[in-house]
Design a protein around this ligand. Structure first.
Ligand code: FDA
Length: 490
């Protein structure tokens, strides 16, 4: 067991942690970044595709866990995708250097200004839309597919069908930016470069094309020579010492998940960026162990960003379906946010099963009507989530109406083949909130009651932002770090 002193420590290498790392390193401040998952690039291992799952497919599980693809046996390994199972909801997460950016669909969506103002009344929206959102999109390398490519590419038939049918049903469709490099994808299509999005890679990692954080923020941060990344370092809990420094209790693990070393790292400044569920677990657990003083706002205002999955079977079944081959990268959305009674946003999602399934898959993002709450149970050593059907009832209602309208205009049935009853109320890719900006922290992520403990990740967003969240998480991290570095690191 080893005891080490560090100046600044960041826990977690997702969006929040990567922004924090770059902005500190740029100012010549040495940073230690602790990540429980693997550094995939350093490991030299390849990510596996969805239809041929290997090491990257799941975090220490013996069966695959991707939605609709959970039939395969696996060797227990520190894979890139994890799933937390609660009674009424399953939450998917990325693990590894780059966090969620390794496994996600790359959709880089800036939220609606009006909704952003509603969710963050204390933030200067003008400043966000003129400065932090453009900065985030630029650093993340967000780009848009050319219409010409999408019109012809056989791998985007699912999207053409999805948009055509939405329009026929009276909905408005929108093009959605992504961090996947569409110029690379065009070359993939012509078979000039190795295929990734067009070879069924996404939720277990992409070997090419996707500008995940290891290729953007973290790459830049590493280039400063100030960043130390410690992979396979799983933080167990945090203690505040009498001199107000922090001690971080760490299990260094091997790729089977076994502890091979126990470490304590002491630090004066600690940035918690373990993602919504990770940061909540560390704070609530350390509080329950009476090691970290904290107010009772932690765990409140949690939400699933209105995530609700649904789909339609028998889509154009007799006129060619949704396509045999599908790109894994979504490019289309249905914007129904202005509807007063039933506002929602829909991602037209691919279903790259390698078969023409004549099925359309939709990830809906709804508003929240009721927040969830997160607690920690010391006896079982587990997070508890107060979340059930009462939180998702209106989302189900929206989904029912959406499908009814789509089926009436286009034919097709509710996707009983994909989900029980055709509705995936329990599918969550966007857990948000619990350590809300301006409530559990000040307006810049400084945790209440602490001077040198910061939270910078999705947990700052109160449960909902109306679109896929990583652009917002990045922009908020940029905004918080600018102030924190100026005031607290001078
Ligand atoms: P994030 O979860 O990215 O990072 C946290 C990191 O901390 C992880 O690497 C984790 O391993 C590490 N960590 C946690 N606990 C730790 C501990 N105790 N010790 C050490 N390390 C620890 N969003 C979007 O905008 N567009 C999209 O297309 C998609 N698509 C999508 C698909 C799928 C399948 C998923 C699972 C998610 C998405 N998302 C998405 C969501 C998006 O990926 C997510 O919101 C962000 O990754 C969250 O960023 P954070 O910085 O909050 O944490």
């Amino acid at each position: 067991f080893e005891m080490i002193d560090k100046n600044v420590v960041i826990i977690g290498s997702g969006y929040g942690g990567s922004v924090a790392a770059l902005r500190l390193c740029e100012k010549n401040i040495p940073v230690t970044l602790l990540e429980m998952g693997l550094d995939w690039e350093k490991s030299g291992q390849k990510f596996s595709s969805m239809i041929n799952p290997g090491h990257s497919a799941a975090w220490l599980k013996t069966k695959t866990i991707a939605p609709f693809f959970n039939l395969f046996s696996l060797e227990k390994y520190t894979g890139a995708l994890d799933r937390l199972d609660f009674e009424h909801i399953k939450i998917w997460l990325g693990r590894g250097v780059g966090g969620g950016s390794l496994v996600n669909g790359g959709m880089a969506v800036t939220p609606k200004k009006e909704y952003f103002k509603e969710i963050f009344p204390n933030l200067d929206a003008e400043q966000f839309y003129s400065k932090y959102f453009p900065l985030a999109n630029n650093e993340l390398k967000s780009n848009v597919a050319s219409e010409e490519f999408l019109k012809d590419c056989s791998f985007y038939k699912f999207n053409r069908v999805g948009e055509e049918e939405a329009k026929k049903a009276g909905f408005k469709t929108v093009r959605v930016p992504n961090v996947y490099d569409f110029k690379y994808m065009e070359k993939e299509y012509k078979e000039e470069v190795p295929r990734s999005a067009l070879a069924g890679e996404v939720i277990y990692g992409n070997n090419h094309g996707k500008n995940s954080l290891d290729k953007t923020y973290l790459k830049k941060a590493s280039a400063t020579g100030k960043l130390e990344i410690l992979e396979l370092h799983q933080v167990n809990h945090i203690t505040q010492n009498p001199d107000k420094s922090y001690s971080i209790d760490i299990s260094v693990i091997n790729t089977k998940g076994e502890e091979i070393q126990h470490k304590i790292i002491n630090t004066k400044k600690l940035i918690l960026s373990a993602g919504t569920m990770g940061s909540l677990e560390l704070l609530l657990k350390s509080k329950a162990m009476k090691q970290l003083p904290m107010d009772d706002k932690i765990g409140k205002d949690w939400g699933n960003n209105g995530n609700f999955m649904t789909g339609r079977n028998w889509v154009k079944a007799f006129s060619g379906g949704t396509g045999f081959q599908q790109s894994t990268i979504p490019v289309g959305g249905i914007d129904h946010w202005e509807d007063k009674d039933r506002p929602f946003f829909v991602e037209i999602a691919p279903l790259p099963m390698g078969l023409n399934v004549a099925t359309s898959l939709y990830l809906m993002v709804n508003k929240l009507k009721k927040y969830g709450e997160v607690n920690y149970d010391l006896a079982t050593q587990k997070l508890q989530l107060n979340w059930d059907q009462s939180h998702t009832a209106h989302m189900k209602d929206n989904a029912k109406n959406f499908l009814r309208t789509m089926n009436k205009a286009n034919g097709g049935t509710r996707a009983h083949l994909l989900f029980h009853n055709g509705f995936g109320a329990d599918v969550c890719y966007h857990p948000l909130g619990g350590i809300v900006l301006g409530k559990a922290t000040d307006n810049f992520g400084r945790l209440n009651g602490h001077k040198n403990l910061y939270v910078i990740d999705g947990s700052l967003i109160p449960g909902t932002i109306g679109v896929n969240p990583f652009v917002t998480i990045t922009a908020i991290a940029e905004y918080c770090m600018e102030e924190i570095i100026e005031k607290d690191f001078a």
